[in-house]
Design a protein around this ligand. Sequence first.
Ligand code: SF4
Ligand code: MG
Length: 341
Amino acid sequence: PEVVLKANDLVKHYPVKAGVLRRTVGQVKAVDGVSFELYKGETLGIVGESGCGKSTLGRLLMRLEEPTAGTVEFEGQDWTAASGRTMRKLRRDIQIVFQDPYTSLNPRMTVADIIGEPFEIHPDVVPKGGRRARVQELLELVGLNPEHINRYPHQFSGGQRQRIGIARGIALNPKVLICDEPVSALDVSVQAQVVNLMEKLQDELGLAYVFIAHDLSVVRHISDRVGVMYLGKLAEIGEEDEVYSRPTHPYTQALLSAVPVPDPTLRGKRDQIVLQGDVPSPANPPSGCRFHTRCWKAQDVCKTDEPQLELRADGTGEHPSACHFAEPRQVVETTDVSGLA
Ligand code: SF4
Ligand code: MG
């Protein structure tokens, strides 16, 4: 498959400052060496608990932040080093949809101005005289009434506001949409509608999504492949059905075992793995495997040797996993809890 976006060993460290002199006393390792490929037209889900670095990863891909190390390539071009014309072109090709449709839309701007704003920044995409018509077309595409073009964000529901955010995200015909928790602020019933809309747009427009979320069922529904993040690193990455039904990393196994089972006949039929302790601070990740402080399978080697994200040397496993003792563990299938079509 054709690679559209590529992360090469991305790192983002933030200085931790303390005292009246604001001296740097350490580094928060928000993203600490993440590599993956995003294929044309696919959805790569990125899951993990809050604080695992997934939002920072999204901002690095979008170049809202500069990486401490590593690069992002778009269609083979180094996007992290681009400037001038190349940078402006890439700014069109990669767009973002934010989590909160309540705060990401300017309350004093009409829908026409919000969705049309990218055309002011990239005036050559749609000629001035055609912009209103293009905004109306976008409104229709996301399932909103094109006659509501002069309304303000507060006149729309949460789900409709996220549709406006999506319309703005696709206004410049991007090839990649970074979606940072796009439905987690919405009611469950509305989540399904927005996710279904995103799938429809993907098919119609050939978009590739990086879909960042903490909700395992939503990510399972929309993703072709899934990467699981823990403390700034990918623990496991693979096809959606492999990662969900035969996870090989103990962290993924624990996460999946904690998803509520709505089917009462399945309750109690699986071993829920309860992780000990909290997620350690990303300013001071554990040595060796950073999951070792909470892992029930940890051995001495885990405290000293950092496992690489790769297939096991003996060829076992279907997808890369960053565990010295990776092995598939059947997880009882959960029925879809979110009513997604
Ligand atoms: Fe657990 Fe060791 Fe595997 Fe890390 S490498 S996930 S500590 S078994
Ligand atoms: Mg899809």
